[in-house]
Every structure is written in C-alpha cells, then in structure tokens.
Write a protein that binds this ligand. Sequence first.
Ligand code: F6R
Length: 596
Amino acid sequence: MCGIVGYVGFEDVKKIILCGLEKLEYRGYDSAGIAIADNNNVYICKEKGRISNLRECMDGTVSGKLGIGHTRWATHGVPNKINSHPHQSSSKRFTLVHNGIIENEEELRHKYLNGIKFTSDTDTEVIVQLIEKFVGDGESVELAIRHTMSELKGSYALAIIDSEDMNTLYAAKNKTPLLAGKGEGFNMIGSDAMAMINYTNIFYEIEDKEFLKITRDSIEIYTIYGNRVLREPYKADIDASDTEKGTYPHYMMKEIEEQPFVIRKIMSEYSDDNGNMYIDPEIVENVRSCDKLYIIACGTSYHAGLIGKQFFEKIAAKPTEVIIASEFIYNMPLLPENPLFMFISQSGETADCRAVLVKVKEMGYKTLTLTNVKGSTLSREADNTLLLHAGPEIAVASTKAYTAQIAVLSILAAMVDNRVNIDIFKELSKIAYTMETLCDDKDNYREFAEKYLVNSRNCFYIGRSMDYYLCLEASLKLKEISYIQTEGFAAGELKHGTIALIEQGTPVIAVITQENINLNTRSNIKEVKTRGAATMVISLRRLSQETDAIVIDDVNELLSPLAAIIPAQYLAYYAALLKGCDIDKPRNLAKSVTVE
Ligand code: F6R
C-alpha cells in the first residue's frame, strides 16, 4: 500500500528509482511518479496506472544523481495524474513523496496555509506547502521539516528534495514503514528492503518521529527535536534473486510451489543441533505461563490464527482467542490477569495490528509477533518475534506465508506442552512431501477451475471444524484474485439461511479432512446437491469416497490444512488465470496495509 524509494549517489538515478518502484509494485498501487534532480531543475513525471506507463512517458534525456519515486494507493483524492506523487510546494523549491494519511490536514490548511493555491486533492500537498511556509518564515530546511513533523497528526514516510541543495535527500517517518539503505558511494531510502535490494542489503531501521539527512556519503538520523541518533545497521538475509519470478508465469505460482521448501526450512530454523524442536525458551515460557493467549491478526493471517487456536488448545491445552485486529479496540474482551498477545502478520506492518499492539503495550501486557519480515514494525515493537522464514512473498494473495504461519504455530504449541504426543517434525516432513505431490497434480486443478468456477458468479467452500477455518482461507483466495464472490461457510450452518442462495449450478466445494465430521459434512453436500449445486469434494484419502474430486494423501488431521490449502490455492490461481485477471496484483488490494 503506497511505496517510496529515494537515492542519492553517483549513478543515473532514473533506472534505480524505476527498479525500486517495480520492486514495490507487489504492495499494490494505482498510480506512480518520480522526481529527478537534474542541474538545479527538478524533473517530475507521474501517471495513473502501471509503472510501465511511467516508463513510457519519461523524458529519456533527463538524468541526475538524486531522485525520489512513489507508488500511490489512493486514499485522499481519486487515482489520477494530478493526485499522484510527487507533489511540489508553490515555488517548486520542495518536492515530496508521502506514504500514510495526515489526519489534521484541514486544520493545518486553515491555521497556516490560507491563500495558498492547492493543485491536488491530497493530504500530502499540505506537508510540502508547510515546509515551504516554515522556510519562508526564516527556518532552516532541517528545522522546517522537523517543525512540520511536529504539526502533523497521522502517519507518514516522507522523501523530500530541496532544489537548492541537489546533494541531500531528506526523509522522515511516523507509523509508516521506512528503511535507509547504506551503499558504497550512494545511500537510499525505501518503504521496505525489497525497494533497495538490487543495490544494497545493509539497512538502518528508522523509528517513529525520526528525521533523516542523507548524502551519497552519509546517513544521519535525528529525533524530531534535532538530537543525533547513533544506530548500527543490519544485514538483511534476502538477496535480489529471492524477489525474481524466475521461469514461473506469476509470483503466486512460484510461491505456491515454494511451500514444501518453506516447511523444511522452518524445521531447520526451529531445531537444535540434535535436530529437536527449538524455540527461544523465553517465548515458550511466556506462552506457557499466560492465562490466555490472544491472537490478533487480519485476513489470511487471521485464518492462520484460527488454525493456531486449535493447536494451542488441542496440543498444549492453552486457552486461546483469535480476534480480528480492526475489531479488537471496539470489542476488547474481559482480560485475565496475565494474557499474552500474539500478532500474526506476514508483512509485520499492518496498521490494524499495530494499533492493538500499541494499546496492549500501554496496558502493560506481554507481546509476541509472528512475521515474515525481520526488522518490521510489529517485530521491533513486540517483546519477542518468531520469524516465518518463508522468503519474500510478492504476490498480493498470501500463500506460503499462510502455511509458514501454521507450521510455526504448530511447533510453538508442541514446545509449550505436547499433551497429545504429536511428533510435529515427523508430521511436517510428511506434509512437505504431500504438498509436493499435490503441486504435481496442478493440471487437474486447472480442469476443475475451468469446469466449476470460471463461468460462475458465486461459489461456496463448506467444511466443519478445522475444515471450516480452511474454507475461510480457501474462499478468500478465490474471491480476491478471481473476483468470484465466494463464501467460506460452516457446513452445518448453511441450512439456517444461506442455503437459499444455492441454485442450479452454484459451485459448492466441500473440504473433509477430519474423521469426526466426515459423515455430517457429507450430509450437507447432499443437501446442496439436491438443490442443484455443482459439488466438488476435497478429502483425505482415508475419508475419501470414489466420487471425490481431489484426494489428499493421509496426513495428520491436525496439520491437514497445510496440505488441503494447496488445491484451493491452485483453484483460485487457475480461475483467475482463465478469467484473465491480474493474478499477482488483484484490483483494489495492497500487500502491506499500512492504514487503519
Ligand atoms: C490475503 C492477504 C491479506 C493479508 C492481510 C494481513 O491474501 O494477504 O488478507 O493476510 O492484509 O496482512 P499481514 O499478514 O501482512 O498482516
């Protein structure tokens, strides 16, 4: 959701900024823009739509050594060329790109900017005009930026060019991700490591309300009060090739097929020298000693949390509640004396989760983040972090992060208290193998997608117990990339109203991986079939019947969602492919949702 990138150094900046923007595409955007400082002029090019549009309309003769770029996901003002970033102050001295939302923009316009003519509908323009106003009042550029930061309410990651100093890139951050990248003879900023990974893998984390002054030789970090902050950089364990598609037609397919590898990687990351499961004892003890575990997450990560609850309650006998992050503040449960809050977030940047994290930290509770991104906001701000080790996930629809979340949760639950004596590593090894065999069957899933889904307006996934939670994720995958309206439904609940929607040919996909629900779910399949539904069953081999469409080799029932999600991910993939949808970048969606 919006991305920024900036560079100051010795190379032609155009290529570097465009490359950074392309790496940020996965976050979701509807327009893009670039500013290049070129011989005391600031050249700007911005366009609605894809970065390829920007490439086409750019003046090839422009070059410079300082530049900023932006991908915009519209919040204030429709997605069009005028509202795209960069934005400039009235005199054009300052040029700025912004991620985030300024909540008090109206108030600031009235207080400081009466008489200024605004050219866009964005909140961002207020920021750049304020900087110019404070400089006009006699403040230095640095002071004016920090002064502006102190006036802003809301979230921002900013990159700023002052046309009177073409050697310096300014930046600032509050509640929106920003990293600084350190190079040899150049330095960069970006919304995430991916934007800079082709050039450097050494990064500085930037905290909220920090201000940066960057030249080709130095990165200076300051507090909002102007005090210098000394911080060690860190080396990211990703490289540029992790972010490439290779021979795959889409990132989503690559990421689906990486899942067996990710499961094995997780086992190696969470094992000791003897090959036994290992997780930082402090984390294990925090879960063991809490009265109740609260899992806070959104979307796919929330669905992984629902499976995690089953692990904590069935394997470790630990009472667990799973709550959608954006609902937590309004419906805060009555908390016991010693709760533990676990945040599940692939990106580690989701604003809804962060709002809860800030709240529960204020209340003095312990926190743990489960994330794929080392150094992300939720990771930095929680007491402890467990990493997913899934490698960068670029497709907007989450696949390998979901299964990685479930795998890590199963290991954590078994470390806390393995009351059912499940050999998690043995079962996960079986899962990884089964995932591979399921991936080998993808041509079949394509046929099913063609037969059942492509021409449908709507679809149901039904299941009970664990299968129901799996169905929630399976339906989210299908709807978000193919735009077929899909509901994941508790199979037994259908007859209490929703069955009215079943008509001739409505696809209903049933998932059966649990012995205790097999017969009941099969009755529900009959109910919809007699009302005209086109039914299809995904089942475990030992529970399967001859007519079942997709049969999964027997795996442990508790871990079965890890296998059963594979055909569902492919069904979504092929439905979207056959409908001609933009699989990796579905409409209206962003990978990293940094607004509440
Ligand atoms: C769907 C999807 C989203 C995310 C959700 C939370 O495929 O990816 O539903 O799961 O936006 O994002 P994270 O996990 O980054 O907090």
